[in-house]
Structures are given as structure tokens and as C-alpha cells.
Design a protein around this ligand. Structure first.
Ligand code: SF4
Length: 480
């Protein structure tokens, strides 16, 4: 059987003129995971439109397309194309799960939720000629996953070929987050076994890893055992975690750093407690953001701070306040978003009930456009403020100011190299991606990440005693 698996490009990632590096970082791991369930005799072709031009002239028997909100229209176009040619087309992913009726019009079969149980079930039915129109995930487990078919991924096209996922979902429930809808009807957070995760890491060549888990630290026992197991492997890795995990789990962070953690994506989202409450992001409430950043920096871990603009308590002062604060904290990189009410989320339901959703043009649900009526500013002011925030945060004077928030020269230089490398050299990244040379830059990324274990001495002991950590409750575990 000929199987074609496609990741269509997000609209924000595709431009004939410019291609930001962040969309060419990671290979389509989800599709390679599904490919692991296919027979060795099947002919499988995985294509990722972020890094290559799709070949749509082929004649596959089965087409599988992963759909995000801003790739939905493109995904439907590709699906219609293949159905017209007589192929059997399956659609799955976040957008399909939140709007199944819309996706149904373009597919023979749709998948709702994660695929570990329903994809093999579908394959059995499909081979017997009795495939259904809709499969809904109920059984949530990563036990017994077949090996990911990484051999089908074009590693050389990505800056970070060693992306890895060892859990699914997140134990929290923020109102704006897409994942709740995806995991409805079953467990919303679960992990691999530590042994399986370590075996997968061992299979990956080189040093660098990027954990794409929503919240790698969400299960303390699992994460601690994983980091213990990784000690001595010589890895350098990056991941995402929460303020709560950084502050509440002193030992876990130490273990993470010893096993190679060098940069962490942290969802601060807003500096305003009213906004946190309104978005059900209670895990950030009354947390000392400064202490969390300090703690990471003390361990030589760089911070990528995530911030969302346009929550109901935000007025036009939010942009400058947020940027000034982030720079003053020495945050190395920041990701800004305009609040986006994704369909299927509690935020969307609330805004729809208030009549504040402006349209359903999914291409514009890219967190760079305002698709709802903000409470305390115009939508033009929200978009202008969003772009200004990026400009202000990444101007050289801010990068230097942020770098100088660090005590040591090694940390300052690493800050400048990392922040400057991402944003100031974007034309270079564009050239490298188009020249299909992204992987060759990996040693540069590793060198910058490696940096030096800065600021550690003297400060770590204070943190372990809980000094200066507002809101830390000893012994509280997020998920046991
Ligand atoms: S902590 Fe992050 S991943 Fe978890 S629900 Fe909130 S936004 Fe989503």
C-alpha cells in the first residue's frame, strides 16, 4: 500500500519572500509516530510543506493529513485534490478534533483526539475494507508504542532534528489552551515509561535534544527519574515548563540541569493577576516570576518567555510594561502572542456568548491578528502593540540591557549570541532553510547552549532553602 503523510504549512510560516527559522525547527514527529504502525511492506512518504515543496502528482492509496487551525484551508485543498484523484483521505489533529463537522466535508475518515488507539484500529478496518467515517480516541496510553519511523524524516532539513515527545497533554487547564479540546473524552495527561523514553533518547544521534512536551515537568516522579537516567549521557536539551514547576521542585530542576537542560520555554502569559484568574491559569497566580527566572539563570538555563496580549484587563500600557519587565529580568528570548479564541476552548465559548468573535477566517487565527473584540483597546491598537513589543524586545539596546542584567560576562555573551542569533540574523536563517542546510547550523546552536554554568555558586544553596521564593509550598507536587 502507498501511504502519503502530509504536514501542510501554517499560513504564517509560508511566504515567498521570507521564512522564519521557528517554522523549520522540528520534523513532523506525529506523522512519523503514526507511520510506526504501518507494515514494513507499505511504501510511506512523509512530506512537510514547511521545508519542501509538496509533490501532489503522485498516486497514493491512502493520504493522512495533520491539520492545525492556520493550515486548515490548505489541508482541505490538498485533501480535496487527492480525493478527486481517488485516494482515501484521512484528516486528524487539533483543528479536526475541535471542528469535526467542518473537516468531515473534506475527508473519508477523521480522527478525533490523539491517535495511539484509533489509528491502529482504523488501519485494521481499512485493510478489511470496513473503515468508518470517524474514530474518537478513548484509550490514552503510550505503553507499547512502536518505534517512531525517524528513518522517514528528512533530518537534514531541520535545525532541530532530535525533537522528542515523551508525554501527551498537560495537567493544567488554561482557558485559552487548545489542548483541552483535543484530549476530551479521556486522560488529558500521560507519559511514556521512563525506560521507553530513555531508549528513544539513546536512539537519537548527536548531543542536542528538544522535548516538545507541553509540560515536561508535569509528572514529577516521571521527570525526575527521566533526568536521573539521562545523567552522564552528555546531552544538551531544551523544553517547556511552568513557573510553578521551577519554583516548587528544587531537586527536579537540579536534576534537569545535570542531565543537560540549557533553555526553557516558560508560559508567563501575563503580569496581571486578574488576567490569570480570568483565564483559569491559577498555577501562575501568586508565583514570583522574578524568582523563577533568577533560579533558572542561576543554573545557567536560558529563558524563552511566552506572553499573551489582549486579555480583558489589558489596556494599551500592557506592551511597554511587559517588554520593559522582560528586558529588566534578562529573559533571553520572548514569544509574544495576541490572545486567540481557538474553537473548542473555554475562551472561545465565553467570547462567542458575548458576541465578541469577529470572524472564522482560520488563516488569521495565527496569534498575530486580532480575531475578537478586545475589552480595553481597539483591535488596531492590539495588533500595533504586538508588533511594537517584538521590535522593542529585540532591538540591540534591549538585547544589551537584558544581557547586562546578568552578573557574569559569560552569561552576557551567551545572551547576546542567543537573542541576536534568533532575531537579528533572520535573513541568514531564511537563506539557510532555502538552501536546505538547517542541520549544519546545529553545532552553532549547541555551542551557544553549552555556554557555561553561570552564576551557580553561592546562590543555589539559598534557593534550596526557599529563601526569597514567594509562594513556594514545600512538598507540593503537581502530579503524583
Ligand atoms: S500550562 Fe500551557 S499547555 Fe498546560 S493548559 Fe496551560 S497553556 Fe496549555
Amino acid at each position: 500500500m502507498k501511504v502519503k503523510m502530509i504536514l501542510p504549512a501554517l499560513t504564517e510560516a509560508k511566504s515567498p519572500f521570507f521564512r522564519p527559522i521557528k517554522y523549520s525547527l522540528f520534523p513532523p514527529l506525529g506523522l512519523a509516530t503514526l507511520a510506526g504502525y504501518l507494515d514494513p511492506s507499505d511504501e510511506i512518504d512523509i512530506q512537510d510543506e514547511h521545508v519542501e515543496t509538496l509533490n501532489l502528482d503522485d498516486e497514493p492509496d491512502l493520504v493522512v493529513i495533520q491539520v492545525y487551525i492556520t493550515s486548515a484551508f490548505r489541508a482541505y485543498q490538498i485533501a480535496d485534490h487527492y480525493r478527486a484523484k481517488g485516494a482515501y483521505v484521512c484528516l486528524g489533529g487539533l483543528h479536526v478534533t475541535s471542528l469535526p463537522e467542518e473537516a468531515t466535508a473534506h475527508a473519508d475518515t477523521i480522527f478525533l483526539g490523539p491517535g495511539e488507539d484509533i489509528w491502529p484500529e482504523f488501519l485494521r478496518d481499512f485493510r478489511r475494507g470496513v473503515a468508518g467515517a470517524r474514530y474518537e480516541s478513548k484509550v490514552r496510553t503510550l505503553i507499547g508504542l512502536p518505534p517512531i519511523r525517524r528513518d522517514l524524516l528528512k533530518r537534514e532539513l531541520y535545525l532541530v532534528p532530535n525533537s522528542i515527545v515523551v508525554s501527551r497533554g498537560c495537567p493544567h487547564h488554561c482557558d485559552f489552551c487548545y489542548k483541552d479540546a483535543f484530549f476530551q473524552g479521556g486522560k488529558g495527561f500521560y507519559t511514556q515509561t521512563v525506560e521507553a523514553a530513555l531508549a528513544e533518547i539513546n536512539r537519537l544521534p548527536g548531543r542536542h535534544l528538544y522535548f516538545l512536551d507541553d509540560h515536561l515537568f508535569g509528572n514529577v516522579r516521571f521527570a525526575s527519574a527521566l533526568f536521573e537516567g539521562m545523567r552522564g549521557m552528555g546531552r544538551l536539551w531544551q523544553a517547556a515548563g511552568t513557573v510553578q514547576a521551577i519554583l516548587q521542585q528544587p531537586k527536579m530542576l537540579e536534576l534537569a540541569v545535570e542531565s543537560g537542560l540549557r533553555s526553557l520555554f516558560v508560559g508567563f502569559e501575563t503580569l496581571n493577576p486578574n488576567n490569570l484568574r480570568a483565564q483559569n491559569k491559577y498555577q501562575n497566580l501568586n508565583r514570583d516570576y522574578h524568582a523563577a527566572i533568577q533560579r533558572l539563570h542561576d543554573h545557567g538555563v536560558m529563558v524563552n518567555g511566552s506572553f499573551v496580549f489582549g486579555m480583558d484587563d489589558d489596556d494599551e500600557s500592557v506592551f511597554d510594561r511587559t517588554v520593559d519587565w522582560a528586558v529588566s529580568q534578562g529573559i533571553e528570548t520572548a514569544t509574544f502572542h495576541i490572545l486567540t479564541p481557538y474553537p473548542g476552548t473555554a475562551l472561545h465559548d465565553r467570547m462567542a456568548a458575548q458576541g465578541r468573535i469577529l470572524h472564522n477566517d482560520w488563516d488569521l487565527y495565527d496569534t498575530r491578528h486580532t480575531v475578537f473584540r478586545p475589552a480595553k483597546m481597539s483591535l488596531e491598537a492590539l495588533e500595533a502593540g504586538y508588533w511594537r513589543a517584538y521590535g522593542e524586545f529585540y532591538k540591540w539596546s534591549s538585547i544589551f540591557k537584558g544581557a547586562w542584567a546578568k552578573e557574569f560576562w559569560s552569561a552576557r555573551l551567551r545572551h547576546i549570541a542567543y537573542a541576536g542569533g534568533w532575531k537579528k540574523l533572520e535573513p541568514m536563517w531564511d537563506f539557510i532553510i532555502r538552501a536546505k542546510r538547517a542541520t549544519r547550523m546545529l553545532p552553532v546552536l549547541e555551542a551557544v547552549l553549552e555556554g557555561k554554568q553561570v552564576n551557580r555558586v553561592n546562590k543555589v544553596d539559598n534557593v534550596n532553602r526557599g529563601e526569597g521564593l514567594e509562594g513556594v509550598r514545600e512538598g507540593e507536587w503537581m502530579v503524583n
